[in-house]
Design a protein around this ligand. Structure first.
Ligand code: SF4
Length: 227
């Protein structure tokens, strides 16, 4: 059928109810054991799969112990340590610079405010939101990654295109209690069923409320183009 509910609020609630049933235990899939490792893992995960990041950090976190180690690291050596990750040169620079600031301006602790986090090199709102949520238990916004971006548009929850605009648009529609799980539910569903190129609408628990369902709609609302 593929008919969304009347309001975006009702649509969001229905989508959540069903996805909570499907993925009751979903959470962040990056590996880390403290806030600094979380920050570094999230920085490395931009444009890269969590699976690859976890492989690299398994050794990286053994080799470097704390912000001072990263700040003092040789650029080439650190870049080499993360060379299987996209944009490894830039990411190595950002990690060194962010860790130097953490030492100099924050007594070696990963800051706990959006503004202090986004002042660190290479840290945007998305990275900061993840660190606040999972490192400090502070939920200030919605993490909009590529899956959230795609599914929110497909499901008719937003018509915005860019992550920060999508976040602003969704925050009044999604109950605050769901902001954190919103991301994990959409990532799980995006990976399992609603992938970018070939979503499995036949097997999707949201099919009857999805205005992009391939079963009876011509257009993928995520891209605005025909299926
Ligand atoms: S898999 Fe198909 S029906 Fe399900 S959310 Fe994605 S586009 Fe909609």
């Amino acid at each position: 059928m593929g008919t969304p509910l009347e309001s975006r609020e009702a649509q969001a609630e229905e989508v959540f109810d069903r996805l909570y049933e499907e993925y009751p235990d979903t959470t962040i899939s990056l590996s880390y054991s403290n806030r600094l490792e979380l920050l570094i893992a999230v920085m490395l995960s931009a444009q890269c799969t969590d699976e690859r990041v976890n492989k690299v950090t398994a050794e990286l976190f053994e080799k470097y112990d704390g912000a001072a180690d990263y700040a003092a690291a040789d650029q080439e050596e650190l870049a080499d340590d993360i060379s299987s990750i996209t944009y490894y040169n830039n990411k190595a620079k950002y990690i060194r610079s962010a860790c130097a600031d953490i030492i100099e301006k924050h007594d070696g602790e990963v800051p706990d405010t959006m503004s202090a986090l986004t002042d660190l090199a290479g840290v945007g709102r998305k990275t900061a939101n993840v660190v606040l949520q999972h490192g400090h238990d502070i939920v200030e916004g919605i993490v909009v990654d590529t899956h959230v971006q795609r599914l929110s548009r497909r499901l008719g929850l937003t018509e915005e295109e860019y992550p920060e605009r999508i976040e602003e648009d969704l925050m009044p529609v999604v109950p605050e209690r769901d902001w954190q799980q919103f991301t994990h539910l959409f990532i799980s569903h995006g990976r399992a069923v609603c992938d970018a190129r070939n979503p499995d609408c036949d097997a999707c628990v949201l099919e009857d409320v999805c205005p992009s369902s391939k079963l009876d709609h011509e257009v993928d609302l995520a891209s605005g183009e025909a299926w």
